[in-house]
Design a protein. Structure first.
Length: 134
């Protein structure tokens, strides 16, 4: 269990670091850049789900982002509505600039740090080793 959790943690930070490293992100091919940002988006949503704050059924992404920003603005120095705008740009546009990807990576990193710090001992065990989310 611990080895699998460690591998997932390494994968997560490898992807976050790619997004946060402008030079490496720009050198990556389109598929890798797209996959990086999509994975960050998925992990952000996973974290909000374990917090008991998932997107509501039928809720538009920007409505969810506004709800998150109103409720959890202090989880990161980055603005979640801006991050969600970038996620939509990645999904429906022509990809993100290195700076936009960096902001998304920073948000996920801050989110993981903030949420993990606020969990109790058994919750940390559950989300790190069993669910492998944080």
């Amino acid at each position: 269990i611990q080895k699998k959790a460690q591998l997932m943690l390494e994968k997560r930070y490898r992807i976050i670091n790619l997004a946060r490293n402008n030079e490496a992100y720009e050198k990556a091919d389109d598929a890798q850049r797209h996959g990086t940002v999509r994975q960050i988006n998925d992990w952000i949503l996973d974290v909000f789900r374990i917090m008991g704050f998932p997107p509501l059924t039928g809720e538009l992404p920007m409505d969810f982002a506004k709800r998150v920003s109103n409720e959890y603005a202090k989880l990161s120095t980055e603005d979640f509505t801006q991050v969600m705008t970038y996620m939509q740009k990645e999904e429906f546009g022509h990809g993100l600039s290195a700076r936009e990807a960096e902001i998304c990576g920073e948000y996920l990193s801050d989110l993981i740090t903030s949420v993990y710090a606020g969990l109790g001992f058994w919750q940390k065990i559950r989300v790190r080793y069993i669910k492998r989310i944080l």
